[in-house]
Design a protein around this ligand. Sequence first.
Ligand SMILES: [Zn+2]
Length: 292
Amino acid sequence: MSIWKRAMLNCYYHASLPWRRQRACAAARQFRTPLVVLAYHRVAADRANSWTTKPDEFASHMAWLESRFEFVSLEEAQHRIRCRTKSRPCVSVTFDDGYAVNCEFALPLLLSKRIPVTYFVCSRAVLAGECFPHDVAMGNRFRPNSVAELRRLAAAGVSIGCHTRTHADLGPVVDADRLQDEVVVAGEELQRAVAAPVRYFAFPYGQHRNLNPRVFHLAYDSGYEGVCSAYGGYNWPGDDAFHLQRVCVDGPLIRLKNWATIDPWRARHIHRFFYGPEIAPRATHTDGALHA
Ligand SMILES: [Zn+2]
């Protein structure tokens, strides 16, 4: 984020702070506090791209959140969205893509603070050790997490999620075999590799144009417990809890503050992606077993 953009965001945040506080109080009284699901990508000192957060920034994010929010897992987030009774502000932390460098600072910090995290990875990057083509195109050969790293993370309590096999944009895909491969087979591969349940799926890119109604139903039918987008948007009590809307907060603290305290403009203008009839919660817990 440029210095100019950061300064503008700072002005907007502080100018709208009274509105944010008033709205937060009203929401708490009405049990309407939204649940914010955060998406990070890469925590590293090099600031190689716009989806990299510096370690000191990430530490300040977690410290700021700790003093204001309760951290919950995606599973608990879904429960709170469905039951509509909690008013305490809470956030859920997720990561996308699976960069090995996250094992150096971000994940140890989260684990040391017992902050629940869902970590979405692509099966081909993990199993073949392949860098992402979009990083290579920018001259970056970032090592993806290995199977051994993910096994250690899963054993330490990190929830491993599926982010497709190839980081494909599934928005325009209509071929059923391709969708099966990117959504179901990729999840099964990961589940076998890390020897832990893979319960959640996250769309790569995650904007409206990258989402696909078929994937929501395929994910549900194959045993996933939820699907994440990343176009921004808040999860209000009573919303469809199978589809968790996330906000990307890579970068400076002001970006996180703006999102987490409910950006008035975005709360009004960002609309939930409609994939058809809402998917009902399962009657019984699947224990993360994907069943293609
Ligand atoms: Zn991604």
